[in-house]
Ligand binder design. Structure first.
Ligand SMILES: *Cc1c(COP(=O)(O)O)cnc(C)c1O
Length: 826
């Protein structure tokens, strides 16, 4: 199969031809960028054959389809991943070598598609990979942001946001599909007309602004199974080409308005993670892609089915967080206003088609939209939500007669706002959390009222990650070593990786395992030297915290502890200390001032510590610029320690924690999110757990917080660290970090002193770090611990997660795709 697809000579000829046709150049004259494009087009040719075969198989077998609706898809680079999943990486690497091309350099030409913020978007990408690999029919539905999130540059230690023009050179792995364009309507008003024939009211939306949604399809290649699914992301355009025509008719202003609206909608991804920003444009984006996606799904369904009341037998919409919750009302609108169903029939279908995944319990992340904004922008959709709310309140009243407190807490519309989570729960047939602890907190705290009223909806789906990208591609040496020892089954069945456990006491195997880690550390050290100009020792402990910058993730705890260690070494130069490299990578939301200050602090500490010759290079601090999937793959492979130190109860799951584990890095973490399940799999003795529990934190919060000042006043070493924030140790501007200092204590400028319990957990963290050092010094013990982390990571494959979604929520049919003779002949 693979030999036929990638006959080396045919492949080489195709690359040469592409360089010629695309650039009018000979291979030797082509730039790296041109080579990347030429090779990608050759690979895309092969993918297209499989894509067509998949479509034919789906048409023949008519499986149920899941539409995974998400504002974000953090895909990472496509070229290398596609080659691996096609089973052609090795052959192509050789063919390229024969042409004098280095595949790694070529892969480095590809920009990361800038379509996501962090964990939520990466989860969506892992899910698409698993869905294709398991042979389920699935569409990703999202937005084709022109500039995605910003590119992060670090200048003078500060984050600077630069536009990320990822589409500038043309993205080879997308296909424009104008024939599937849809119209989306904003604004206007709703006119009611009585229909004599049916005896029902008709709702007519008029005076709106229209935008054209044009889909771009990206292929999602399953692992060596011929399946190619689709990520469909929508671009926006004005309905009428802006031209002399409308100018003459005096519609100039309107034409410009439509043009601008379209441009604005797909311009940028809001750079927020776990935060709601309440921007009107964001609401437009949500409706834009939800409406276009649902229209497309219904159109597709109707091509081969005639009973719209059976839509749920073939279609399910999974809402990734509340961002696509408008799907509920939009589906109701289409079923009633276009398909002619009455309310009850439309509701029966809708509530069997939509399911909701909750990603957070953080109050500031829960989406609420002002009624004024919502009803003005989406008058018909708002009307429908009002009616859903009216009927739901009656249900609550029947269930809890006279209990107005319940209505206040559970209403979808209350206090001038539309609460999207409530709408998602009321209409969804499934509500899932993303790790066991998180789901329990939802059931017992945040969504307790809803759980009591509709317990059957609630379920847990612990997140996962794809081992194809984060081990097979990102850590190729380790992947090869694992396959040598236990065979290749782990690639599509990660539970098999437990077979590595038999090597836990095999000295040769442990040595090889750690040698590979060392090579990966050398690779990262080289990257750091090139990008940061800092020399780090690959023999030191690589202690890594990479994730979005947020106070609840507590990068501040990490860097304050670095300061503490620095003080210790200065005070006791002779003390035993195993050299450590603290590696950070994090983007902060552009508007999140304190988060950006923490980045500056990390870089200021790095400047002082890295250049203090008196500590003999025992500590190095490195901030890796522009953390994203492509450099993440390399970082996980090189990590010794995985910092997962969120305030307990705040991190719903985390997935970075799983990527580190898979790559043999023990967790230094709190009992939060999926850390709990990681420890359960690998054993307490193979992780470094510290800090207050979720119960303790929640208990403090329910009783007015705790008192960090007591710790400050009684612990001189912690007090010294805090004083150094404002006494010129790390910046001559003593006011620079005043806000951070104030946030940790009961000062007049701080309403919730140390709300993330940094001082409360500090000693426990420092003590856990001591255990890390002691364990690392014992080489054999550490190697065993690292290997066992890899060997016990089987549960955390997104293949397992997706199979659970399929079994419990989606009920999809498995499809097999065989290559058509036409493609096989090539
Ligand atoms: C996995 C991943 C994340 C999520 O990391 P957490 O530690 O779970 O917050 C964010 N960004 C990138 C690039 C990732 O690969």
């Amino acid at each position: 199969m693979i030999d036929k697809q990638f006959d080396k000579e045919t492949f080489k000829k195709s690359v040469k031809d592409n360089v010629k046709f695309l650039y009018r150049r000979k291979l030797e004259e082509a730039t790296q960028e041109q080579l990347f494009q030429a090779v990608s087009y050759t690979v895309k040719d092969v993918i297209i054959d499989n894509w067509l075969d998949t479509q034919n198989a789906y048409e023949a077998q008519d499986p149920k389809i899941v539409y995974y609706m998400s504002m974000e898809f953090l895909m990472g680079r496509a070229l290398g991943n596609n080659l691996l999943n096609l089973g052609a990486y090795g052959e192509v690497k050789e063919a390229l070598e024969e042409l004098g091309i280095d595949i790694n350099a070529l892969e480095d030409q590809e920009p990361d598609p800038a379509l996501g913020n962090g964990g939520l978007g990466r989860l969506a990408a892992c899910f698409l990979d698993s869905l294709a690999t398991l042979g389920y029919s699935a569409y990703g539905c999202g937005i084709r942001y022109r500039y995605g999130m910003f590119k992060q540059e670090i200048r003078d230690g500060y984050q600077v946001e630069v536009p990320d023009a990822w589409l500038e050179e043309g993205y080879p792995f997308e296909l424009r599909r104008p024939e599937y364009a849809k119209e989306v309507h904003f604004g206007g008003y709703v006119r009611v007309e009585y229909d004599q024939a049916t005896g029902q009211n008709k709702f007519i939306h008029e005076g709106y602004q229209a935008v054209k949604a044009i889909p771009y399809d990206m292929p999602i290649v399953g692992y060596e199974n011929n399946v190619v699914n689709t990520l469909r992301i929508w671009d926006a355009a004005a309905i009428e080409e802006f031209g002399f025509d409308s100018f003459d008719k005096g519609d100039y202003k309107k034409a410009v308005e439509q043009e601008n609206l379209a441009k604005d909608i797909v311009n940028v991804l809001y750079p927020n993670d776990n935060k709601m920003s309440g921007k009107e444009l964001r609401l437009k984006q949500q409706y834009f892609f939800v409406s276009a996606s649902i229209q497309a799904a219904i159109e597709k369904y109707k091509k081969t089915h005639d009973d719209i009341k059976k839509l749920h037998e073939k279609v399910v919409f999974q809402m990734n967080d509340t961002h696509p919750t408008m799907a509920v009302a939009e589906l109701m609108r289409i079923l009633m206003d276009q398909e002619g169903l009455g309310w009850d029939d439309a509701w029966a279908v809708t509530t069997k088609c939509v399911a909701y995944t909750n990603h957070t319990i953080m109050a500031e992340a829960l989406e609420k939209w002002p009624i004024e904004l919502f009803s003005r922008l989406l008058p018909r959709v708002y009307q429908i939500i009002e009616e859903i709310n009216r009927r739901f309140i009656i249900e609550v009243q029947n269930r809890y007669p006279g209990n107005y407190e319940k209505i206040k807490k559970m209403a979808i519309i209350y206090d001038g706002q539309v609460k999207m989570a409530h709408l998602a729960i009321v209409a969804g047939f499934s509500v899932n959390g993303v790790a066991r602890l998180h789901t329990e907190i939802l059931k017992n705290q945040e969504l307790k009222d809803f759980y009591e009223m509709m317990p059957e909806k609630f379920n847990n789906k612990t997140n996962g990650i794809t081992q194809r990208r984060f081990l097979l591609h990102g850590n190729q040496n380790l992947a090869a070593w694992i396959t040598d020892h236990i065979g290749p089954d782990w690639i599509t069945d990660l539970s098999q990786i437990s077979k590595l456990k038999v090597y836990a006491d095999d000295e040769k195997a442990l040595q090889e395992f750690m040698n590979i880690k060392f090579q990966n550390k050398q690779r990262l050290a080289k990257y750091i030297l090139e990008h940061n100009g800092v020399e780090v020792d690959p023999h030191s402990i690589f202690d890594v915290q990479v994730k979005r910058l947020h106070e609840y993730k507590r990068q501040l705890l990490n860097i304050l502890h670095v300061i503490y260690l620095y003080n210790q070494i200065k005070l006791h130069p002779e003390m035993e200390f195993y050299p450590r490299t603290f590696i950070f990578g994090a983007k902060a939301s552009a508007a999140y001032e304190r988060a950006k200050k923490i980045i500056k602090l990390i870089n200021c500490v790095a400047d002082v510590v890295n250049n203090d010759s008196s500590i003999n290079g025992k500590i190095k601090v490195v901030f890796i610029e522009n953390y994203r999937v492509s450099n993440a793959e390399m970082i996980f492979a090189a990590a010794d320690v995985s910092e997962q130190i969120s305030t307990a109860s705040k991190e719903a799951s985390g997935t970075g924690n799983m990527k580190f584990m898979l790559n043999g890095a023990p967790t230094l973490g709190t009992m939060d999110g999926a850390n709990v399940e990681i420890v359960e799999e690998v054993g307490q003795e193979n992780a470094f757990i510290f800090g207050m529990s979720a119960d303790q934190i929640i208990n403090y919060e329910n009783h007015g917080g705790y008192d960090p000042d007591f710790i400050y006043n009684t612990d001189a070493e912690i007090r010294q660290v805090l004083m150094q924030l404002i006494n010129g140790t790390f910046s001559s501007d003593t006011e620079l970090f005043r806000d951070i200092y104030d946030s940790l204590l009961n000062t007049k400028n701080c309403s919730r002193a140390d709300q993330y319990f940094i001082l409360g957990d500090f000693r426990s963290y420092a003590e856990a770090q001591k255990r890390v050092e002691a364990a690392y010094k014992d080489e054999k013990k550490w190697a065993k611990m690292a290997l066992l982390n890899t060997a016990c990571s089987g549960k955390f494959s997104s293949d397992r997660t997706i199979q659970e979604y399929v079994d419990d929520i989606w009920h999809l049919d498995k499809v097999t795709v065989t290559k058509s003779s036409e493609a096989a002949e090539k």
